[in-house]
Design a protein around this ligand. Structure first.
Ligand SMILES: [Zn+2]
Length: 273
């Protein structure tokens, strides 16, 4: 240990004052020649952004750490500057390498990671959101069907983020529709066909099967979400409703949908990927 002459860049001294946190890397951008701007999710402080100085030149401080979706441990400076953290060093915990070799699963993971980042404030939900994202990445790496796991996890994330959907009873008459019903994107609740004209739009149609699956995804414990199977028809309805709902409530559309669409279009074409 270097006890004497503790310069500003000598690690054993700096890390003594640093704050260690588990993190899931959400995005990494190169800044200038050597620095990286890193957005990451933490269980206690939600989504944070920080600078990793000289990260591209220092493999010693960030060995294989700064890749999106990596589960890592980060050491943050105890003296952040404004809203920006300073990353002093990092260690890789899990890279989900199997997930990266499968594009449909990678695309589902990218959507979930971005959504988790958006929903992780207010901070009371951040710990559960972090744990659920880490679990979803593990399930995808283990081979879970990407559409079903994406939908089940996203519905559960919405609940953790304070956007739970009310899917069983019509918001006006209280009846439980047996057939299709309409989800009000503004309210996150359903209206039966008879009450549809009173529903605040925009509206998205969901059949009974789709609503049952989404309600189950919200109420099941996180470690059982991988048991839900969304058939293609219900998956399409739920994906459309999820995307429209998020577009309605978030400031901007999730960037990862573009990647997700490209991969799905490729997978559905005769030539495949
Ligand atoms: Zn009604």
């Amino acid at each position: 240990m270097r006890q004497a002459n503790c310069g500003r860049l000598i690690f054993p001294c700096e890390t003594m004052a640093a704050i260690q946190t588990p993190a899931l890397i959400l995005s990494v951008k190169t800044v200038g020649e050597a620095d990286c701007l890193v957005t990451f999710l933490t269980p206690v402080r939600g989504r944070l952004t920080g600078v990793a100085k000289h990260a591209r030149k220092s493999r010693r401080r960030f060995p294989n750490v700064l890749e999106p979706l990596n589960r890592v441990e980060l050491w943050l400076s105890a003296r952040p500057r404004g809203e920006l953290e300073f990353l002093e060093k990092g260690e890789l915990v899990r890279a989900f390498a199997g997930l990266r070799r499968d594009l449909p699963r990678l695309a589902a993971a990218a959507v979930l990671a971005e959504l988790a980042g958006e929903l992780a404030s207010p901070l009371e939900g951040a710990g559960a959101i972090f744990a659920l994202l880490e679990l979803a990445l593990s399930r995808l790496e283990e081979g879970a069907a990407p559409d079903s796991l994406l939908l089940a996890t996203a519905a559960h994330l919405l609940k953790l983020g304070g956007y739970a959907w009310q899917l069983e009873a019509c918001r006006t008459c209280g009846e439980r529709p047996a057939g299709p019903a309409w989800l009000s994107l503004r309210e996150g609740g359903i209206y039966c066909p008879a009450c549809r004209t009173q529903a605040p739009g925009p509206l998205m149609s969901l059949d009974a099967g789709a609503r049952k699956l989404l309600a189950a995804a919200q109420s099941l414990p996180a470690d059982r979400l991988n048991r839900l199977v969304f058939p293609p028809r219900q998956a399409e309805q739920c994906l459309a409703a999820l995307r429209s709902f998020l577009r309605h409530h978030l400031d901007r559309p999730l960037k990862a949908w573009e990647f997700f669409d490209r991969i799905r279009a490729g997978a559905a074409s005769p030539a495949g990927l």
